[in-house]
Design a protein around this ligand. Structure first.
Ligand code: ARG
Length: 462
């Protein structure tokens, strides 16, 4: 049992409780940032004359050695997990002391694990956000590539899961590009509040060494320093924001997953999933299952759960640090891992997806998805929209009974409903015209989609 305290106690801590209380098995992830934070803190301490030049150099050489071992010797870290450290902070300080002797014991002067862990976590989340920004951009790039490669594919668009209006497949891909763009923007916004330094706040009340917090923040690449030590040591809003951003983004991924699960089914056959990301059945030889997408959909529940976990851990906590807050890490790390892997798997799914434009087109001709355009045609002839709506409803009902599409219905039939109908009606209900007319900004008209693709490409700059 290796702890950073003990003088006040006369009896040995219970082994079972030690394990319950210890966080090293999961906060080991913070090892690198803990060392980096400690190096900067050592420099801050030397400015307060706790270390002279030579001592600082020794302490930081020791910390550098630990950092290199963390980076290059995973088995050392693995073994250290069995060595009975209470947490990552105890581990780093005690390993340092092994290397530099009593000097290592001076490193914690004025610092508390409360401001230390808050700082570590912020450094870790900041790094994570930067990594995510490029993972998100990679998936956006794959969506764009599919959109660019299939600009002629026409897909039935659904509302209420009923055929609604035809859209371009590229337009559909771009819709998810936009969602991911907002996710990235939310992350960037969250980063601003993450990138504020709590170090120098002590356990709760501040640091009595008058450390230059501004200089320390600069050293660690923080944009600024926290303004209140009580808040700084017990604020986990930044982690909650991250979990919320990840939940929203996972929700987006789950919707794309759901669409593709449907679209690759035998009933739709709009797309074919790559064998690379599909699985078979142990019993039914014919099966090919979209497990990758189902897992993404499933892991979304987990992301929401992690957000709820931390919100609930934080709810009603008395001011300042409470040990409950140690429970912040596992949910946060779990969400980081599953979001990261889901973005990468989704990229693989999109990269290996085959589009079936002929099936999409065949289906786009069905379902009277040009009915609104027929109504618009009558509106252009002077019929008020509400009447045109009713008129087209009757025509559609007739066409359904006759087993015909609006494109096949003979002109005489149209004229029975509206004598002024002319041959122009066939152009009006053709897929080409239906699509071309959705030319409002953000619409699915091929010209608009071409512009949107171009804009997305120049925006993404991968
Ligand atoms: N392992 C602790 C955590 O993650 C570090 C802070 C401990 N602070 C304390 N006052 N015991 O929250």
């Amino acid at each position: 049992m290796k702890s950073l305290w003990g003088g006040r106690f006369s009896e040995k801590q219970d082994d079972f409780f030690f394990t319950f209380n210890a966080s090293f098995r999961f906060d080991v992830r913070l090892a690198e940032v803990d060392v980096i934070g400690s190096m900067a803190y050592a420099r801050a301490l030397s400015r307060c004359r706790i270390f002279n030049e030579e001592e600082l150099a020794r302490v930081n050489a020791g910390l550098e050695q630990i950092l290199q071992k963390i980076r290059k010797e995973p088995e050392w870290l693995e073994e250290s997990l069995q060595a009975g450290y209470e947490d990552v902070h105890s581990f780093v300080e005690m390993e340092l002391t092994k290397l530099v002797g009593d000097l290592g014991k001076r490193l914690h002067t004025g610092r508390s694990r409360n401001d230390q862990v808050a700082t570590d976590l912020r450094l870790y989340v900041r790094e994570t956000i930067d990594r995510f920004l490029s993972t998100i951009a990679d998936l956006q790039d794959s969506l764009l590539k599919q959109a660019e490669a299939n600009t002629h594919a026409i897909l039935p668009g659904y509302t209420h899961m009923q055929k609604a209006q035809p859209i371009l497949f590229s337009h559909y891909m771009l819709s998810f590009y936009e969602m991911l763009k907002r996710d990235a923007s939310r992350l960037k916004d969250c980063r601003k509040r993450v990138n504020v330094m709590p170090l120098g706040s002590g356990a709760l009340a501040g640091n009595s060494l008058s450390v230059d917090r501004e200089a320390l923040a600069k050293d660690l690449g923080f944009e600024g320093i926290t303004a209140n030590s009580l808040d700084a040591t017990s604020d986990r809003d930044f982690a909650l924001e991250f979990l919320s951003v990840s939940s929203i983004s996972m929700m987006h991924l789950s919707r794309l997953a759901e669409d593709l699960i449907l679209y690759c089914s035998d009933e739709f056959k709009f797309v074919r999933m790559g064998d690379q990301v599909s699985t078979g059945s142990s019993l039914m030889p014919q099966k090919k299952n979209p497990d990758a997408l189902e897992l993404i959909r499933g892991k979304t529940g987990r992301a929401y759960g992690n957000l709820m976990t931390l919100l609930t851990v934080m709810k009603g906590l008395p001011s300042c640090y409470n040990k409950d807050m140690q429970e912040d890490k596992e949910s946060l790390f779990d969400s980081i891992d599953s979001w990261q892997i889901c973005l990468k798997v989704m990229k693989l799914v999109i990269d290996t997806l085959t589009i079936h434009p002929e099936t999409m087109l065949r289906e786009a001709h069905k379902g009277y998805m040009n009915a609104t355009d027929l109504a618009d045609y009558y509106v252009a002839k002077g019929v008020p929209f509400r009447e045109a709506h009713h008129l087209v409803g009757e025509i559609v009902l007739h066409a359904i009974k006759a087993g015909q599409t609006l494109g096949d219905l003979p002109l005489v039939e149209y004229q029975r409903f509206y004598p002024g109908t002319d041959n122009e009606v066939y152009r009006a209900v053709s897929l080409e015209s239906v699509l071309a007319k959705k030319a409002s900004a953000g619409g699915t008209a091929p010209d608009r989609v071409r512009e949107a693709l171009k804009a997305a490409r120049s925006d993404l700059k991968i």
